[in-house]
Design a protein around this ligand. Structure first.
Ligand code: HEM
Length: 277
């Protein structure tokens, strides 16, 4: 069998005093961050599944920040690419449930008590994503009160226009009749479905050729929400498969709580207009 010597092909083989792959990526910090509390085999899967989800959420937030800046500066087309990437991140997270689904209730039970009261419910990045796209519920701040840094980031997010606010401001600047009360609304409040906004999106969808950019923006938002809904659905189905109707480690009713979350609409008018078109 021929043995390849990559050095002969020019591969860098010596990293004494030079930055290597692991140095650049902080691999030691990442691979040193798995601390199972017990000796149950499946706890490692559980930890890595959450950690990788948090890494993808970190990227989603990075993209959401930049997409909003682009839209606010009138560069919506640049934001489209970022919004596509965010939808793809959620597609990736959706596929990841297939790995977690290989864990049975018997296996989860072996380490569940070790989690204490910790739960994804306390993921500050998940709340940041929800706040960033427009699902702003102040009640969700409470589990972060013990962390001044998280609270500060969440408060800053609430004070800033959401992705949906930026999209509607963009339409307003483009001359579409977005009601003034939408532009001047209290940003910290959750979005509530607005007939005037639906009327604007209907103008766009009835004549896409004239309002192509707004039309494309709308479909990017719907695409994101579509993948996000699938994430919620995959989560609640996986949870039911693993813990049935037991209460969550975070204290909620579990599956019943998560099913309520399936009803949340991020961009309600974009869904409702489909019925009236
Ligand atoms: C064995 C696997 C899992 C189980 C049994 C589970 C269970 C639950 C339950 C019961 C809740 C409701 C809150 C509570 O009372 O704890 C919840 C919330 C949540 N979980 Fe999971 N989960 C699992 C995996 C994951 C993974 C891999 C993630 C990825 C980060 C995640 C993220 C979340 C988030 C963000 C919430 C808050 C949802 C909301 O408030 O809308 N979970 N989980």
């Amino acid at each position: 069998m021929t043995q390849v010597d990559p050095a002969k092909d020019g591969a860098e083989m010596s990293f004494e005093g030079r930055m290597s792959y692991g140095d650049y990526l902080g691999i030691d910090a990442i691979l040193g961050a798995q601390h199972p509390r017990g000796d149950a085999h499946d706890e490692m899967l559980f930890i890595i599944q959450h950690q990788t989800s948090e890494l993808w959420m970190r990227l989603a937030l990075h993209e959401l920040d930049a997409a909003r800046v682009c839209i606010a500066q009138g560069r919506a087309r640049e934001a489209f690419k970022m919004l596509t990437r965010i939808a793809r991140i959620f597609e990736q997270l959706n596929s990841a449930w297939d790995v977690l689904r290989t864990m049975t209730p018997s296996e989860y039970t072996r380490f569940r008590d070790d989690l204490g009261q910790s739960s994804g419910f306390q993921s500050h990045q998940y709340r940041l994503i929800e706040f960033a796209v427009g699902n702003r519920n102040r009640a969700m701040m409470q589990p972060h009160a013990h962390r001044a840094d998280y609270t500060e980031r969440l408060e800053a997010e609430l004070a800033r226009p959401s992705l949906y606010d930026e999209a509607l401001r963009h339409l307003h600047r483009a001359g579409l009749p977005v009601p003034e009360d939408v532009i001047t609304r209290d940003l910290t409040q959750p979005w509530a479905a607005h007939d005037g906004v639906q009327a604007v999106w209907e103008i766009v969808y009835r004549d896409p050729e004239t309002h192509w950019e707004a039309y494309e923006l709308a479909e990017k938002l719907v695409d994101f929400e579509d993948y996000f809904r699938r994430w919620r659905f995959n989560h609640v189905t996986t949870v039911e498969r693993i813990i049935g109707f037991k209460r969550g480690t975070g204290g909620t009713s579990g599956v019943q709580y998560l099913r309520k979350m399936l009803e949340v609409e991020l961009f309600p008018e974009l869904w409702h207009l489909r019925t009236s078109l």
